[in-house]
Write a protein that binds this ligand. Structure first.
Ligand code: HEM
Length: 172
């Protein structure tokens, strides 16, 4: 009987020793980390924020005159027109914005200049209230070059409107 009691006492002491052995600083640290991780996973999450809407693209009708202010000055958007379509080229501000190599096209119908590869003033519609440039005198190579630019713009920029002559803008 004495033997049994002694053994029980021995085993109990072992248990205490074992639990002391478990309470090392490292184990406490790991336990803390575990509890913190479990808490992070289980704590109620705030509802996921809805993705912010892209700014709506408003399709606008421009005339050469109303397009003119979109030349990128005062940090405003930069637009240019190619064959009746107005592209928002603000992303390409370095090209078309003030001081850029192609700033002559900003706020203008750039079709003829792009087709002919020329920055000459004569490439741009002179009479902002007159008819649009029909490009009817351009040759095959020039029209092909223009198409190349259009394809590039289509891939890179958003169309934000159409370019019409003054008379047509007031019609509809
Ligand atoms: C000396 C001749 C020229 C050189 C060295 C030149 C050089 C360049 C370079 C390096 C780029 C940047 C390309 C990119 O990173 O996507 C560029 C873009 C452009 N070039 Fe020229 N270029 C020249 C002539 C012209 C001419 C004659 C035109 C048309 C009249 C023109 C129209 C453009 C346009 C519109 C872009 C920008 C396209 C965009 O918005 O992504 N370039 N050019």
């Amino acid at each position: 009987m004495e033997y049994v009691e002694k053994r029980v006492a021995q085993e109990a002491a072992k248990g205490v020793e074992a639990s002391n052995a478990l309470l090392t600083p490292l184990n406490l640290l790991l336990l803390g980390l575990f509890l913190y991780t479990a808490y992070s996973f289980l704590k109620p999450q705030p509802p996921a924020a809805l993705p912010k809407d892209e700014p709506a693209v408003v399709f606008t009708t421009f005339t050469p005159r109303t397009l003119l202010p979109f030349n990128g000055e005062d940090n405003k958007p930069v637009y240019l027109a190619v064959r009746g379509r107005v592209f928002d080229v603000t992303r390409g501000r370095n090209f078309y914005g003030p001081g850029g190599p192609y700033e002559n096209f900003a706020g203008r119908d750039a079709s003829r200049g792009l087709a002919c590869g020329s920055f000459d003033e004569s490439m741009l519609t002179k009479d902002l209230d007159g008819p649009l440039d029909t490009l009817s005198d351009l040759g095959k190579d020039e029209l092909e070059a223009l198409q190349g630019w259009e394809e590039r713009f289509n891939e890179k920029y958003l169309v934000v409107g159409k370019l019409v002559p003054v008379g047509e803008a007031t019609k509809a």
